[in-house]
Ligand binder design. Structure first.
Ligand code: AMP
Ligand code: MG
Length: 414
């Protein structure tokens, strides 16, 4: 059985990110949120586009006002008013000023803005009551934040609202982004039924398909629901063969333990897959199977998740989600994110396998705290998984973390 760190190294090394040539598409700005840039972006515009005022005030020549004060004010003639969006018409001469509003273009001749609060208006004259701190005060110079033709955004970043704002401002309206990875999901088990069917004695509702669908969607990937497959080798082989031809990643759940009906591993091998992991020292989640298919049009990563619903979610969060993020082209930040928190209650483990305790991560008085889910921490207890946003980690050898002690928590659910 592999350690978690060995399993993680194998999985993350096997992930081949989407190809910057073949796996991309052009999208417009309003469809680019939550997508990953596939090539660097440059703009033909400087930012600011032109010299403009950072204040409501008066555009002046620095030499006219540099020595003025309340006792010895400078008096200038207002020759023009320049609201934002209007092209100035005049060149400011010595002894002149232009009324200017925030964002408006600086007029020729002027090099400094005096804020309105340091002036007094008398008819068509403006009295400047304080000298600017320096030349060009309150002027945003053209190109000071960004110069046309240089790199604006690098490839491999996730586009969020802040990047969309930047791209809009510099008129980059078509973006080359990675396509979403396709993730096939199938559930195995004769006992499974969909949530809309009346339960017959002994049947179990296929909750994994629904949970995994949502998790894949939230990982910015495209889920392909392949449904429930019976524990029959031929049916299963057909379904897995279908999955690997259509997807970049396949997630099956169930059928990977040592039971009489656990066929997944032998089918992977019969289809030419190479199994890298058959079990990992985690609790829950031990019977995780990981394989790759290199004989396909493109490489496929196969995760045979445990059937147990809690174990399926935990192994997804711990191993599958980072792998999907890396595959999707994200250059940085795809790794699992851990936060140090104080345990609000004691946390227990058998000590032999890395143990995940699910619960809620919150902040109290500026300090992270972890509250384990109420009820039994038992991998059969699917119900108390609701509201989980963290998995506290008890490493191998740790059997107890007392209330008030520090614990590493894997942030999950986003
Ligand atoms: P298995 O690994 O196939 O032996 O399944 C382990 C346990 O998880 C059994 O109790 C299954 O009934 C249950 N299980 C398997 N697949 C699912 C599923 N898709 N949804 C909910 N429970 C499942
Ligand atoms: Mg089964």
């Amino acid at each position: 059985m592999l350690s978690v760190s060995d399993a993680q190294a194998i999985i993350f090394n096997k992930v081949q990110p989407l190809n910057t040539q073949q796996d991309t598409e052009l999208v417009d700005l309003l469809s680019a949120g939550d997508r990953i840039l596939a090539s660097l972006v440059t703009s033909q515009l400087d930012f600011p586009y032109w010299d403009n005022s950072a204040m409501d005030g008066y555009a002046v020549r620095y030499e006219d006002v540099q020595h003025c004060s309340e006792e010895k004010p400078a008096v200038l003639k207002i020759v023009e008013e320049i609201p934002a969006g209007v092209q100035p018409q005049l060149t400011i001469q010595s002894g002149q000023a232009a009324r200017i509003l925030t964002g408006a273009v600086m007029p020729a001749g002027a090099d400094t803005v005096v804020m309105q609060e340091r002036t007094r208006k008398e008819g068509n004259r403006i009295i400047i009551l304080a000298a600017p701190k320096q030349q060009e005060e309150f002027v945003r110079k053209q190109g000071i934040y960004y110069q046309a033709g240089t790199q604006l955004l690098p490839a491999g970043i996730l586009l969020k609202a802040s990047e969309i704002a930047v791209l809009a401002a510099v008129q980059c309206t078509q973006l080359n982004v990675f396509r979403r990875p396709r993730v096939a999901i199938l559930s195995t088990g004769d006992e499974l039924v969909t949530p809309d069917k009346p339960l017959q004695p002994g049947q179990i509702v296929d909750s994994n398909q629904y949970a995994l669908f949502t998790l894949v969607q939230q990982s910015a990937a495209e889920p392909l629901m392949l449904g429930i497959v019976k524990d029959e080798p031929e049916a299963l082989k057909q379904a897995i063969a279908d999955a690997i031809t259509h997807a970049d990643v396949v997630l099956s759940s169930g059928g990977v333990s040592v039971g009489d009906y656990d066929y997944v591993e032998q089918i992977i091998e019969s289809l030419g897959g190479e199994i890298h992991i058959r079990a990992v020292a985690t609790k829950p989640g031990k019977p995780l199977t990981v394989a790759t298919f290199e004989n396909n049009v493109r490489p496929v990563l196969y995760f045979g998740l445990p059937g147990n619903p809690v174990a399926a979610l935990v192994t997804f969060w711990r191993f599958v989600q980072p792998a999907i993020k890396k595959l999707s082209g994200l250059a940085q930040g795809w790794e699992p994110l851990y936060i140090k928190a104080l345990a609000r209650q004691e946390l227990c483990s058998g000590g032999k396998r890395e143990t995940y305790v699910w619960g809620q991560l919150g902040i109290k008085n500026g300090v992270y705290e972890f509250q384990p889910a109420g009820g039994l921490q038992n991998s059969g207890n699917l119900i108390n998984l609701a509201q989980t946003n963290g998995l506290a980690i008890l490493p191998v050898g740790t059997t107890l973390i007392a209330a008030g002690e520090e614990v590493q928590v894997l942030q999950v659910g986003s």
